[in-house]
Design a binder for this molecule. Sequence first.
Ligand SMILES: NC(=O)c1ccc[n+]([C@@H]2O[C@H](COP(=O)([O-])OP(=O)(O)OC[C@H]3O[C@@H](n4cnc5c(N)ncnc54)[C@H](OP(=O)(O)O)[C@@H]3O)[C@@H](O)[C@H]2O)c1
Length: 317
Amino acid sequence: MVINFLGEGIVMRVAGFSEAGGPEVLRILEVPTPEAGVGEVRVRVKAAGVQPFDLAVREGWTPPYLASPPPFPRVPGNEFAGVIDQVGDGVSGFAVGDEVMGNSVLGSYSEFVVAPVANVVAKPEGMPWEVAGAFPAAVMTPHIALEDLRVGEGDALLVHAAAGGVGAVAVQMAKIAGATVIGTASEGNHEYLRSLGAVPVLYGDGLADRVRAVAPHGIDAALDGAGGHALEVSLELVKDRDRIVTLVEHGRAGELGIRVTSKEKRSIARVAEAARWYADGRLALNLKGVYPWTRAADAHRQVATGHGRGKVVLVMD
Ligand SMILES: NC(=O)c1ccc[n+]([C@@H]2O[C@H](COP(=O)([O-])OP(=O)(O)OC[C@H]3O[C@@H](n4cnc5c(N)ncnc54)[C@H](OP(=O)(O)O)[C@@H]3O)[C@@H](O)[C@H]2O)c1
């Protein structure tokens, strides 16, 4: 059933929620169709990636960079791919009909999303829509993190949760930068990590010793995509705390003197560079789940398992 929040007017469908809660609160709703303002484009969405972030939003969390909780109904989704169908004043370089992908602040699980033109980039020819929908956020975070970690030729980088949506991209980007990568995953994902160029190690008790065994010259930098024990191991193995980034333990970073990725460093140029690597065949994005957007609740359930290879994505009808 579609729930209409308007009397009349131009409406679009979204996969959103009117009260915070479990995956079951996600419903197909109708809301006003947004219009592209100055410097913005409107995109008819073909696919939208699902991140752990979206699950927290659905449970009622407000991202710290929003001044106040957004009104209901709320629509998750920070990344999208689709076709531009409206161009606002002052936009150059893009036109109606262009195939693009980009970042939004919430709202991507929608038929239409409006974004600043500075947040979109051309979709590489040949990149499937479902890959493009899950690409921008998957590449933005590791691109920033590896820059912050100053990962380069000859470095030994430890990536925790290396088979995950962010981790698998981080592994490939670090390989492009010339680093040796040790990646943590469950046994079933070790072959996958090898295929990405990483040395796999099993997470859990004894991790530090297993890492030492495969990296006898030490670990120069670590990207923590798991938190908890993974962070403790990073603190034990990496001498320079400025070369540890956590994506999970934001609350402890300050006191520990380690890094988090800052929102200010997000730039579509990072997605554009990753798109070139994709087009060159140097970077791939594995999808562990592709769902029709009407099944957003099931997509959230899969992400909530916390396991598997790569990203979950919604495909619009
Ligand atoms: N800017 C930011 O700060 C930012 C941006 C994006 C994501 N994040 C956060 O970064 C984390 C990773 O995001 P994601 O999208 O990559 O998540 P994801 O795809 O859901 O991560 C799943 C991966 O985690 C691995 N994993 C599960 N338990 C683990 C453990 N104890 N130790 C090591 N690996 C473990 C799984 O490996 P197996 O399947 O082999 O068990 C699986 O490959 C999330 O907490 C997310 O919220 C932060």
